[in-house]
Design a protein around this ligand. Sequence first.
Ligand code: ADP
Ligand code: MG
Length: 172
Amino acid sequence: MVLPNILITGTPGVGKTTLGKELASRSGLKYINVGDVAREGALYSGYDEEYDCPISDEEKVVDELENHMTEGGVTVDYHGCDFFPEWWFHAVFVLRTDNSILYKRLETRGYNEKKLRDNIKCEICQVLYEEAMLSYREDIVHQLPSNTPEELEENISQILGWIEQWVKDHNL
Ligand code: ADP
Ligand code: MG
């Protein structure tokens, strides 16, 4: 059976990991957190002093994930999307969160003031949505609101429905 690959992207704190893990457990898709893959393999190209975090080596990450993506049936979670090969994904979901809610979530995470402000700005300017629209066919890019538990539940149902339809269409 052929299974689709899905990308869940958006600004840090919008709920990618929460949605991705829940979706994987309910759909049977594999879940890959790109940040964890980079950490586990030390796939870094440098250190960002300003944000106080390592910079992932995008080429090495792509090499590391290639086999999984060829196999199919993967949900990828990452706050960037312009360096993956376009053919990897059959659907791209960009999660969106209102500023005040996102601010609280990132504050809880202990982000420094600059990192906090920059991430909120990134969300206001819909940086990830624009990046997704430039990197993938526009008709596979979907924005989903991610503010409340009810919205999380709706997003899961919607994506499960999408997967079911995709599987029907591609396993005739
Ligand atoms: P990301 O992986 O995008 O950085 P997380 O999944 O870690 O975001 O979520 C950040 C925080 O927001 C967590 O505390 C999580 O429980 C909460 N959260 C995520 N999605 C929702 C939602 N739809 N409604 C309410 N809280 C959410
Ligand atoms: Mg996360």
